[in-house]
Ligand binder design. Sequence first.
Ligand code: MCA
Ligand code: AMP
Length: 503
Amino acid sequence: MPNPLYDTLFGQHLQSDAVFLQLPGGDAVTYRSFLETAAQYAGLLTDMGLAPGDRVAVQIAKSTEALAVYAACAQAGLVFLPLNTAYTPDEVAYFIENSGAGCVLGDDSKRVELAAIADRCSARLDTLNADGSGSFADKAARFPTTFETVHRDKDDLAAFLYTSGTTGRSKGAMLSQANLLSNAQTLKQEWCFTSQDVLLHALPIFHTHGLFVATNVTLLSGGRMIFLPKFDLDQMIAHLPGATTMMGVPTFYTRLLGDARFTKALTAHMRLFVSGSAPLLAETHVQFKARTGHRILERYGMTETNMNTSNPYDGERRAGTVGLPLPGVELKITDPKTGAPLPPGQIGEIEVRGPNVFQGYWQMPEKTAEELRADGFFITGDLGVVDADGYVTIVGRNKDLIISGGYNIYPKEIELLLDEQDGVLESAVIGVPHPDFGESVVGVLVAMPDQQPDLDAISTAIGTSLARFKQPQKLVLLPELPRNTMGKVQKKALRDQFATTFA
Ligand code: MCA
Ligand code: AMP
């Protein structure tokens, strides 16, 4: 039965004995064996009573099996909802509750906490560990290695990815089959991927970059991935000779450049290096070219839109720009106050429209209406400018967002927790330059009158509710927060004051 996402990305490889995943220990997983595992998972998920459109929340370490859950959801018509493995139980509870997930898959080490959440939300819980063991794998082993693909339409939902908000809680971005497929097809074409490609994959697979960009493009091309559990410098250096392409966040590139083993000879055979998720400094682009002879191809995207722009494969890759709108993507720069289009050369808010743009936020029609215009343009919250040749440069953000090592951090979420701590009157959370992560988090606190908040105790206290990467690397006390005449906290002044904290 037709199911565009499954058929196009996965189904075409059902009989293929080509290698899909090359694991660091030396094992190789063929397309056929990967899809047999996925079919068993699809059989089990369906047998558990999950029906097309139901959500499957997954907080498991990067592994062949974790990726097979994605394929299984596509085949069974379920909505895949991957979660950062760094999220604390408090954070996970919200996603499960908000999405109404019918099933939760987690690591055995988190079983107790997840069981309490699943119980409360009437969701089924099973475990799946990085080594492929767990109750889910045990049960799935009894299911056939073939599964009759569930009929789905291109406009049916395929995945939810949660993205934080400037105010309030995280929002579930609803992505349809067509959203994912159209972008994968465009990127394969634009970046010239073929079945001969071997992608060095060290990104997490719970976000757009590692899952929908890197993995979907490889699947569509029938290529192979060297599938590393995470970014590790020694592993990257060891596996680069076997790769043809690599995708990473800027931290990957600065870390590689910081290692003397990363040489022109090591990368001479490479076809393409892609960077995104956070700004790549022009300086990094230039250093990379000088060291390796390669020009990193920078592109720009979002959870809600997948990829919007890309520097050209053939043609000039301009340092400091995110390139040109991808085919099929309309991009305009608008006045943030009025929404009126601005001419080339003027800075404004970036808006995009195209088959890549998501379907809205799950059960949040007001939030959706605030960011997705009735005419289909999505207001990105990024500030940019388009030059005479059509190249887009991102010059800042109209949203209060910190990007650390490619992970998004919304200050409001941290400020709400800091404000609750003993002796704290108010707080402001800012991102300041960091040599490794690009930006890092500083929490600025104001004490209640005659109180002396214990900064170490506060760090520990917020640590139980916030993923490690969101926790401020530094907390400081100020007598008061700088405010403008309207009483609004001047975060720019704070960013300037603390700019050299991690220099
Ligand atoms: C780890 N830590 C971090 C981060 N990652 N802190 C701040 N920001 C981070 N990104 C913490 C760890 O918990 C640890 O804490 C300490 O920093 C040192 O860890 P380290 O070993 O250095 O980190 P790592 O494991 O090497 O990870 C760094 C990383 C990783 C490789 C940059 O964060 C990563 O893979 N980032 C990619 C994120 C990504 O895929 N983003 C795409 C989003 P402690 O030692 O104190 O416990 S999709 C997106 O943005 C859009 C759609 C797009 O355009 O792609
Ligand atoms: P996310 O919410 O994780 O999808 O992050 C999307 C945000 O990451 C965008 O709105 C941008 O602010 C930022 N981003 C992604 N790619 C780039 C890039 N190449 N340069 C600058 N910022 C980027």
